[in-house]
Design a protein around this ligand. Structure first.
Ligand SMILES: *Cc1c(COP(=O)(O)O)cnc(C)c1O
Length: 429
């Protein structure tokens, strides 16, 4: 179907990008979308349905970006669209509490063991930023320890050696962040258990790292972090903005059988609308205003459209559906590994449940330094464009995960593997 079914003239991606660059920095509202690390012009999406997006020129792509993991069912799922439409007709924001907020919080806390209370926000960044504030407020300590290559949104104190967009830009941190803002942030390598001092408020981790490509925690790593935090009285903070409600109903908490003190959620939990949430035990959340002294709020927090969309997604997610999603990711992982190996291209295709990554190079990737070595081989941009020209959209940067959705059929996945096989052969020329 052509996107320009209305009377509007068709616009080319190149024309739109040129106009965009006049009024939006880099032509985009989030850096990774600008194609800076792969080169070329971004496609401007006109609409999306299921596993596919269509750009303004009417070109169809099989989409593995899926809003960087915000979509679990695929685009424009009819039940989600109906829930949003129904909510919108009843008003889009009130500034008063709603039943849907209670229901979503009840559902989330019933699925994640140890999570007893949540506070909703409008983005993952707000959720992680607020979780850090709660950790500092609850412990009376200032220091934050994070892992290189883990991305926790763009709050000042967490914008040191982050993955994802920061990695793609080759920036260590960010201009505009004063040294004082990161003076209490310590960055350590992933998959090595740090020795903490007793002035550490919180140890932040992506329990499965998905913003430096996909890097699995080594066996025992997360449990050892739990023990080290307990030893010095620091709080363990799982940033589950990607893993939450994606690895399974209980996210990385159930997957790893390690229970943190603090969680952040986002992406999936908003069903494709702007949402985040942070949470903890009742004890820790008693620090949050109006119960306690840690201030946190938001005009649009717990927004009726977002909670309706989140509930519409989560209520469909039985264990069977998660299993189905994992089987699809496994089919893709196995197929990609074979396609790349048969073409003589050295590559790693890590898979953790429904999450999938792709690293070029012979060696397994266990931290950010390894991921950078892989990216420096320079094969990703060529692979990306080869796939895109065959109608398959991967993230436009080497540090992102792939996000197959429940709308990706076996046929879609097999087509992806065939395309990868062709592109892989062309890489060695
Ligand atoms: C995406 C992401 C965030 C930030 O969420 P936004 O909604 O983009 O602000 C934080 N942490 C992790 C692990 C993420 O993947």
């Amino acid at each position: 179907m052509n996107s320009s079914s209305s009377s509007e003239p068709t616009l080319s991606n190149a024309d739109l990008f040129e106009r965009a660059c006049q009024v939006l920095p880099g032509g985009v509202n989030s850096p990774v979308r600008a194609f800076l690390s792969v080169g070329g012009t971004p496609y401007f999406v006109a609409r999306a349905e299921g596993a596919h997006v269509w750009d303004e020129e009417g070109t169809q792509y099989l989409d593995y970006v899926q809003s960087y993991g915000a979509s679990l069912l695929g685009h424009a799922d009819p039940t989600v669209v109906a829930a949003i439409t129904d909510a919108a007709a009843r008003g889009t924001t009130y500034g008063a509490p709603t039943r849907a907020e209670v229901e979503l919080a009840e559902l989330m806390t019933s699925w994640v063991p140890g999570l007893e209370m949540i506070r909703m926000t409008s983005s993952g960044t707000e959720a992680t930023m607020s979780a850090i504030r709660v950790a500092r407020g609850a412990t009376g300590r200032s220091k934050v320890v994070k892992f290189a290559g883990c991305y926790h949104g763009h709050a000042d104190s967490l914008l040191a050696a982050g993955g994802s967009g920061i990695a793609n830009q080759g920036l260590v941190g960010s201009a505009g962040v004063p040294p004082s803002a990161v003076a209490d942030t310590v960055v350590v390598p992933y998959n090595v258990v740090p020795t903490l001092d007793d002035d550490v408020a919180v140890l932040a981790v992506e329990p499965v790292a998905a913003n430096m490509g996909l890097v699995e925690p080594e066996p025992g790593f997360l449990a050892a972090l739990r023990a080290e935090c307990d030893r010095v009285g620091a709080l363990l903070f799982f940033d589950e903005v990607i893993t939450g409600f994606r690895l399974g109903r209980g996210g990385a908490t159930v997957w790893s059988d390690v229970t943190p003190d603090l969680w952040a959620f986002g992406k999936v939990v908003g069903g494709g609308l702007p949402v985040g949430a942070f949470g903890a035990s009742r004890d820790i959340m008693a620090n949050v205003a109006p119960l306690g002294p840690v201030y946190q709020g938001g005009t649009l927090s717990g927004n009726p459209l977002a909670t309706a969309a989140g509930l519409a997604v989560l209520r469909q997610m039985t264990d069977d559906r998660y299993l189905e999603l994992t089987e699809r990711a496994a089919r893709l992982a196995v197929g990609l590994r074979t396609a790349l190996a048969d073409a003589g291209v050295e590559a790693q295709v890590p898979q953790v449940g429904p999450l999938l990554g792709l690293f070029f190079g012979a060696d397994a990737v266990r931290n950010y330094d390894d991921a950078k070595v892989s990216a420096a081989l320079g094969l990703y941009p060529r692979f990306f464009h080869g796939m895109l020209s065959r109608g398959i959209a991967l993230a436009p940067g080497p540090y992102e995960a792939l996000f197959p959705s429940l709308s990706h059929s076996d046929g879609d996945i097999d087509r992806t593997i065939e395309a990868a096989s062709e592109v892989a052969r062309s890489l060695l020329n």
